[in-house]
Design a protein around this ligand. Structure first.
Ligand code: E4P
Length: 217
């Protein structure tokens, strides 16, 4: 499973990247706002840091405008993935940009029907939003399972990028279902390391080692 980091915080990306945890990055207008940075500047910086795909999102409503914005964003670096919304216009933009050989991430997916359209439009990634479905008392993980089954039925190459991740369980469940990628806030990826028995075991080893009076090296 590939790990994308869902942030425009360069320091946080660098920290995870130094641990080998970053296969790509996703951003969106809200994350750019949160970063307080210029989109072109911060996206370029992220692309220099990370080898894998870096999603940068278009913001206009019509296909023509999305295509123009997508081509503009793609000039930032070779690893840019143009992110388009799951609208009728977004699907047209996906088809055109994908036919030009660009990576496209179709975002804001909330149904299996939408995911089928994205695959047919040539999306490189489909982003089903787990957390936001959970927020309205639906099971976001059911959507990941449905898309996996459908894509496998027909051999669609579009990669399932499980998004709107809020917990470690989301990541583990998405992995069990076979999502190709998760995109997660850095804090959730870091919290995957925590286990009380690891802490307890380490404290015991530490105490016992001190009692030996020995040193290594
Ligand atoms: C995905 O690409 C989105 O940027 C992101 O996962 C949205 O997550 P949120 O629902 O926590 O805003």
């Amino acid at each position: 499973m590939k790990f994308f980091v869902d942030t425009a915080d360069v320091a946080a990306i660098k920290e995870l990247n130094d641990h080998g945890m970053v296969d790509g990055v996703t951003t969106n207008p809200s994350l750019i706002l949160k970063s307080g940075r210029d989109i072109a500047e911060v996206t370029r910086e992220i692309c220099e840091l990370v080898e894998g795909p870096v999603s940068a999102e278009v913001v206009s409503p019509t296909a023509d405008e999305m295509i123009r914005e997508g081509r503009h964003l793609a000039k930032i670096a070779d690893n840019i993935t143009v992110k388009v919304p799951l609208t009728w216009d977004g699907l047209k933009a996906c088809r055109v940009l994908s036919d030009e050989g660009r990576m496209v991430n179709v975002t804001l997916c909330f149904s299996a029907a939408q995911a089928i359209l994205a695959a047919k439009a040539g999306a490189t990634f489909i982003s089903p939003f787990i957390g936001r479905l959970d927020d309205i008392h639906l099971d976001g993980m059911d959507l990941i399972a449905d898309i996996r089954e459908i894509y496998d039925n027909y051999g669609y190459k579009t990669q399932i990028l499980a998004a709107s991740i809020r917990s470690v369980n989301h990541i583990v469940e998405a992995a069990k279902i076979g999502a190709d990628v998760i995109t997660s806030p850095p804090s959730v990826i870091k919290s995957m390391v925590s286990h009380p028995l690891t802490d307890k075991g380490l404290a015991q080893f530490d105490a016992d080692w001190k009692a030996t009076g020995q040193k290594i090296g």
